[in-house]
Write a new protein. Sequence first.
Length: 336
Amino acid sequence: MKHMIWAAAAVGAMLVGASAYAQADVKTGVEAWQRGDYRAAVAQWRGPAVAGDADAQFNMGQAYKFGRGVPADLAQAEEWYRKAALQGHPQAEENYGLALFENGKRLQAAEWLEKAAARGAPRAQYVLGTMLFNGDAVTKDWVRAYALIVRASAQGLPQAATSQAQMDGYISLADRQKGLELARVYERDAGRPSIAAVQPPRGTQPPATIGRTQLPPSTAYQPRDPIPAPTQSAEVRPTPPIVRPAPKPTPKPAPPAPATATAAIRDGGWKLQLGAFGEPGNAQKLWSQVGGRFPGRKVSYVKSGRLTKVLVGPFASSAEAGAACRGLSPCVPVRE
């Protein structure tokens, strides 16, 4: 894969501190890079880069970023981009901002991405727009985010087109219209063609023009960690109406079950003795606790000396009385 590499167009365009010899080395390095001889390219660039040539510094950043001729090293790439960016190298400013973003230095990245986005660099517009949408190290601004994403998408950056489609689902129509108006301002200020005219033919990408030299375009920026997809925010996207469930009707008390005819109680002369108590109140208390077990039967409290017996009946037979005693103690069938 080829990546954008810079070479000065002529000796007259050399930067401060650069020599004609250095410029020749940079150009020789570019030729080696284009042949795929990345080690030779880096060897040609290193001296001029150390000496302060911004093109060579940018190219060293590219080599370290993509691991061509040297081991991939994002920290080294960031440092070489920084050196070139501080000299006003436009592509280095963009790549430095992107490297800062990728290395987690989001607040520093925003400053350099702003510079590159103002010139119309689509990758910078895409990343800065996503930061503004998510409020990532910058104040959230959906109108401006939409404007930047629209510009990046209009220049053929596929990731931006995807993000724009996602944003359409979250940003209000009024704010999207404001974003489109702002995008036209950015378009005018950057000296770019109109939004409708910048779409390249499907499947193609126009070559990047650098000075008077035609070079291969840079690979579209792909951050190491995917930029988060836009998240819903209730402050812009209308929330769905709250549907309150109909109140549940208060259940009406169930009507009492119709009284069923109690089986005819036959008196065979049998009763149950549930105990004998020295305190009559205890006899009555016992009946209040167990009386529900004997529907249709009557209780009698019979004095026997100092004791009060609790008798329940009648029952037709000893067997019937014994069956009624199951699970209850004391409980003894007695015959009168």
